[in-house]
Design a protein around this ligand. Structure first.
Ligand code: 6GU
Length: 226
């Protein structure tokens, strides 16, 4: 899978993909992530990427030209399955959407900023607008990093244990059960004995019960989904 990210702050997106699972996915050739600095596409003398809004009002608006030229150049090189804009007024992201996006070959993601971007970009290029939750971030970069992480870890071969993405919280609309590791007794705090019983069936049942219990207590809304 190839992901092209358009941003005015590429530095914000470098570190998140240079660690852990995403780094490994890139090294294994399972994911390619390309950052594009929108400013480099600005055809004006001072490399401006924003301007005052027509009609007045506060805040700046990202200009159509640098973004359109960057998108056009990428589109001339390959077909894109989705061109995503990260914005607080988009559809709210969830695991189902991550699963769908992880099945695609080429996606582009445009990070929003300031008051917004010229509406003509949204109308003419964007195929999907995504928010990561009901709160406001100062820009779309962190949202793009979150979405990218959630997609890349789902690609076949990325996680060592093929089953572990499937047992994640939310993948089956249940929260994950608690986990423990050594020591068995830490200053009197003990691990539930059933996990040491060696009885796989009992352990699976216990974990499922804990998942149900945790979901009922913390996220009863998940039982109403689908
Ligand atoms: Cl995608 N962008 C911004 N700026 N804020 C957000 C968001 C996106 N999702 C939630 N809050």
């Amino acid at each position: 899978m190839r992901i092209d990210i358009l941003t005015i702050f590429p530095g914000m997106l470098e570190a998140p993909f240079e660690h852990s699972i995403i780094k490994r996915a890139k090294e294994k050739g399972l994911a390619e992530i390309h950052l594009h600095d929108i400013r480099e596409y600005a055809n004006n003398k001072h490399r401006r990427v924003d301007d005052y809004p027509y009609g007045g009002g506060s805040g700046m608006v990202m200009m159509i030209q640098p973004i359109a030229d960057c998108i056009e150049q990428l589109k001339s090189q390959r077909d894109y399955d989705e061109i995503i804009f990260t914005t607080p007024d988009g559809e709210v992201f969830n695991q189902n959407k991550a699963n769908y996006l992880s099945t695609l070959t080429n996606i582009m993601m445009l990070c929003g900023h300031y008051k917004g971007i010229d509406e003509r970009i949204r109308e003419n290029y964007i195929t999907r607008e995504i928010s990561i939750g009901d709160y406001v971030l100062s820009g779309g970069e962190l949202a793009t990093a979150v979405i990218t992480d959630s997609i890349v870890r789902l690609l076949p071969g990325v996680l060592g244990d093929e089953t572990s993405a499937l047992s994640d919280s939310f993948q089956n609309s249940l929260l994950s059960p608690p986990v423990y590791t050594r020591p068995y007794d830490y200053k009197g705090l003990k691990v539930p004995n059933i996990l040491l019983s060696g009885d796989d069936k009992k352990i699976d049942d216990w974990r499922f019960q804990k998942s149900l219990e945790r979901t009922r207590l913390r996220r009863p809304d998940l039982f109403d989904e689908e």
